[in-house]
Each structure stands twice: as structure tokens, then as C-alpha cells.
Design a protein around this ligand. Structure first.
Ligand code: XMP
Length: 510
């Protein structure tokens, strides 16, 4: 990575956001662990280094540190939160425990002219999250801003060392992106030479280096993330990649055929197509509890994947389309917060498989993954597809799942999606699908009384899938969707629209 910015990771959950803000400005940014030797960091030829935030305290024994020589390289350094405290501590300033800390919104006042704050107003709101604070700057530093604490930002302009206690990368910090850009462009003089094509090239080289002449397997689901990862690997190592596509029978209408057509034929990928429909159907027979269904589907999937992988020789690597939000989510899954739904794809494969991971999309956000997909030649229709949960229609058929209900749901869902596409709404909403309720109601069709299932259409608008609102679809469109579903799908005689937000509802119904 020549002429990019290196972000040293001290454990803040926000550090990938810093990288993103910088990449958005067409400058390459890479997050590296704080345990990486300085020599290796410098071998990347960075034009700037950012020390990220982190949950620990520099006053703790065994606190994470970085080689002090980092401050002597003539390369600009920006410390953020923990990064500021670390800089102060390592250069002879004083860090102390705060009285009550500062969490959330706070007002920041610039009190010294700094190139970091070029064209930024004197006062603005910032996002803070710290307990410790810098009580005295190192010698040769000046204080450049205050908030609830006296030393909320500092600099040594000669040595190009800068630090802020707040988080400029967080959305709630006003002018945060401009401050990062001031660092990147005015101070580091970075060039705008980063394009997604570079990412592709860089990752291809990295994958080749990591994998050597060994083989890799990848679970292809047909979803955006695993497909983009698959195509990237295919371009890097060709025949050394084998994709395993498990058709659970719980996919959208015609999806299995489409996956084989697009990726198997058009993209020429090596795909083992496992028809496991019967297998899943039997396993789910008689089961109606949502968590039990999720667990059964997850377990079965891994068993089948494992069985297929066993048949291949010389496989040392497993590739996954893990993206950055998955990394964050699985951290909270493993943490103390309650499991709301068990996402089967986060648990991963059994330990004994002993495969090393190849996760080329781990640093990217969803929209970046889509851009990479397009750069790799995947069609826009494929890369813009809505997310689809691992357990598939198994959790969109409430209660017990059977072949008849799957067919009904697939047909209704296909109509809904087709109508959204025709009306130009598909790409405006984040995720849309139909849910089949185990509830029958009375209706009338022609002169006939009907007694059939109720379908619910769900369409959610969200940026991060952690919170969401229901899409304000036009009444006329809803009307058309409802009448087509009722007229064209035997087994459904009533359609309802889900107008619940998340929270307190979730996007999926189970
Ligand atoms: P919820 O229902 O929790 O869904 O609001 C948030 C997002 O996650 C998707 N989802 C899953 N994705 N495996 C997945 O890969 C799963 O088990 C799973 N469960 C929910 C859901 O479709 C939505 O996009």
C-alpha cells in the first residue's frame, strides 16, 4: 500500500469507520493490529499514521503500546481518544483518571489555530467516550482545544504530532470527516490514488501470498457477500477454489438455478451443487419453535458442508464472505449481551476442521462490497440484491415448515419482488420479503368461499440493519401486490402489510 494511511488498532469498535472515512476520500487506509512491529508498519510506506481509540487505560499494567520510535519518523501521527492518551503518556505528558469521564455528546472549543481545524468553526459538538484524561501535555506540545476537560486536543506542529480526545470518525461529531480530511490532505499530503480496483488488485496479491499452492473451500450462498468473495478468490487462485453450494430448499424461487447459472456457468466457478432439500425437510418435520428451527438448519448446514469438504483433497483454507458489520455483530454475540437470534453463520465451522480463514472482505462495509462486486464484473442486479438470512424461508414460514408452504411462499415472494422492481422501489428499500403465517381466514373468490393462509409483506428501510423502519410504499403499489398475490397464489387469500419498526420488532419474524 504505497502512500496510504495506517490505522493502528487499539481495540476501538470505531476504527474501521476511520478507515472508511478516509477511503471515501479516495485515499487508501488500512487497519493493522497494535502488535504489528513498527518496521512492518513502516514497510507499508504510510504517509500518515492514526492511533485509534481503545477500551483500556494507559495507566494499566500491560496496556497496549506502540514503539515510541513511531513519533520520530517524520510521518504525521494523529492520536484519537486512547491514541491521544498514549501519545501524551509515551512522550512525557501526564494522564490521570478523570473524575467522572465524558460519554456521549460534548461541546468542543478550538483555542489555538491548528491545521487540523482548518476551516472548522470555533465551537462544535463532538462525541466523547473516555474516563482517563490528559492532565499535562508533553513538552513542546500546545493545547489546541477544550471540552468538558481542559486538554481535549493537542499538537506539536514541528513534529507533526496531533491528538484529539473525541472521535472524529463518529457520525455525531460535527465536522469530524473534515477534521480527518484535514489530517489526511493538509498535514499528510496524501494523494487521491485509491480506487476499488486497487483493492481488488491488492487483495488478489494478498490471497495468492496467503494461500500458495493449497486449496480453498468457500460456502457459496448466492448472497452478495459470499459471491463477491468467491469471484475475488476465483480471480486470484482459479482452480484452487472449490465452492460448496448447499441447496437447502429454503431459498427464494428459482434461486438455486440462478446461482448455478450465474456463478457456475457465466463466471466459470468450480461449484459443488449439493441438493439437500429432502434432508432439511426431514430435519424440520414437526418443528415449530423458531430457535429450534434455526439451530437445526444451522447444524444441518454445517454437517453437509463438512461432509462435502471432506471429499476434497489438500484443503487448508476456508474462505468466508465476512464483512465488517459481521465482525462487529459477532463480537456482541460473543459478549455478554443477550442472544436475540442465533445467526448460524456467525458460529462458524467446527474447531476440528482446522482450516485457516481467508476473509478478503473483512474490512469493508456492505456498499463497498457491492462496488467491489461490480468492479469484478458481477451484474448490478446481483450485487444490489437484498440480504437473505442463512436459515432462509425456514424462518419466514412461521411455525412448522413443509413443502407446500415453501412453494406458496416462494410464489408470493417472487411477485412482491417483481412488483417492487417494476415500480423502481427495489433499490430504494433495504430488504423486502413475504412472511407466511400459520393462520387461515375466510375469504370469497368468485362465488366460492375460501379458507386459506395469510401472507404478510415486510419491507424495511435501514442503513445498518440494527434499527429499521417500515418502508412507506405507495398505496397503489401495495394494492397491486396484494391483488396479484391473492389472485395468482393458490393457498393465500389475505395479505397484510407489516408496519413495525425495529426495535421493538425485528426485521425477520422469527
Ligand atoms: P433481524 O431479524 O435480527 O435481522 O432484525 C437483521 C438482519 O439480519 C438478517 N438475519 C440473518 N442473516 N443469518 C443471516 O445471515 C441469520 O441467521 C439471520 N437472521 C436474520 C435479516 O435478514 C436482516 O437482514
Amino acid at each position: 500500500m504505497d502512500k496510504g494511511i495506517v490505522i493502528i488498532d487499539f481495540g476501538s469498535q470505531y476504527n474501521k469507520l476511520i478507515a472508511r472515512r478516509i477511503r471515501e476520500a479516495d485515499v487508501y487506509a488500512e487497519v493493522v493490529p497494535c502488535t504489528m512491529p513498527l518496521e512492518e508498519i513502516l514497510s507499508k510506506n504510510p504517509v500518515g499514521i492514526i492511533l485509534s481509540g481503545g477500551p483500556s487505560s494507559v495507566l494499566q499494567e500491560n496496556a497496549f503500546v506502540i514503539d515510541k520510535a513511531v513519533y520520530e519518523q517524520g510521518i504525521p501521527v494523529l492520536g484519537i481518544c486512547y491514541g491521544m492518551q498514549l501519545m501524551a503518556h509515551q512522550l512525557g505528558g501526564k494522564v490521570q483518571k478523570g473524575v467522572k469521564g465524558e460519554y456521549g455528546r460534548s461541546q468542543f472549543h478550538i483555542n489555538y489555530k491548528s491545521s487540523l481545524f482548518h476551516n472548522i468553526p470555533q465551537k462544535f459538538d463532538v462525541w466523547m467516550s473516555h474516563f482517563d484524561e490528559v492532565a499535562a501535555t508533553p513538552e513542546d506540545f500546545v493545547v489546541i482545544g477544550k471540552s468538558g476537560i481542559e486538554i481535549a486536543a493537542m499538537q506539536n506542529e514541528d513534529k507533526k504530532l496531533y491528538a484529539v480526545q473525541f472521535h472524529p470518525e463518529v457520525y455525531h461529531t460535527q465536522h469530524g470527516t473534515e477534521i480527518l480530511h484535514n489530517f489526511v490532505f493538509n498535514i499528510c499530503q496524501a494523494e487521491k490514488n485509491w480506487k476499488l480496483e486497487n483493492f481488488v488488485e491488492h487483495q488478489i496479491a494478498k490471497i495468492r501470498e496467503q494461500v500458495g499452492d493449497k486449496n480453498v473451500i468457500l460456502g457459496l450462498s448466492g448472497g452478495v457477500d459470499s459471491s463477491v468473495a468467491g469471484v475475488l478468490l476465483q480471480q486470484a487462485i482459479g482452480e484452487q477454489l472449490t465452492c460448496i453450494f448447499v441447496d437447502t430448499g429454503l431459498l427464494r424461487k428459482d434461486e438455486a438455478a440462478q446461482v448455478m447459472e450465474t456463478y457456475g456457468k457465466e463466471m466459470n466457478m468450480n461449484i459443488v451443487h449439493v441438493d439437500a432439500k429432502e434432508d432439511f425437510m426431514q430435519a424440520l418435520s414437526g418443528i415449530s419453535d423458531p430457535e429450534e428451527k434455526r439451530k437445526i438448519i444451522g447444524r444441518r448446514f454445517i454437517e453437509i458442508f463438512d461432509r462435502e469438504a471432506e471429499k476434497l483433497d489438500n484443503v487448508d483454507f476456508l474462505s468466508q464472505g465476512t464483512i465488517y458489520p459481521d465482525v462487529i455483530e459477532s463480537q456482541s454475540v460473543k459478549g455478554p449481551s443477550a442472544t436475540i437470534k442465533s445467526h448460524h453463520n456467525v458460529g462458524g465451522l467446527p474447531e476440528y476442521m482446522k482450516l485457516q480463514l481467508v476473509e478478503p472482505l473483512r474490512e469493508l462495509f456492505k456498499d463497498e462490497v457491492r462496488q467491489v462486486g461490480e468492479a469484478l464484473g458481477i451484474s448490478k442486479t446481483q450485487v444490489m440484491r437484498h440480504p437473505f438470512p442463512g436459515p432462509g424461508l425456514g424462518i419466514r414460514i412461521l411455525g412448522e415448515v413443509n413443502a407446500e408452504k415453501i412453494e406458496i411462499l416462494q410464489n408470493a415472494d417472487a411477485i412482491f419482488i417483481e412488483e417492487l422492481r417494476n415500480a423502481g422501489w427495489y433499490e430504494k428499500v433495504s430488504q423486502a420479503f413475504v412472511v407466511l403465517l400459520p393462520v387461515k381466514s375466510v375469504g370469497v373468490m368468485g362465488d366460492e368461499r375460501t379458507y386459506a393462509y395469510t401472507a404478510v409483506i415486510r419491507s424495511a428501510d435501514t442503513t445498518d440493519f440494527m434499527t429499521a423502519t417500515w418502508s412507506r410504499l405507495p398505496y397503489d403499489l401495495l394494492d397491486k401486490i396484494s391483488s396479484r398475490i391473492i389472485n395468482e397464489v393458490p393457498g393465500i387469500n389475505r395479505v397484510a402489510y407489516d408496519i413495525s419498526s425495529k426495535p421493538p420488532a425485528t426485521i425477520e419474524w422469527e
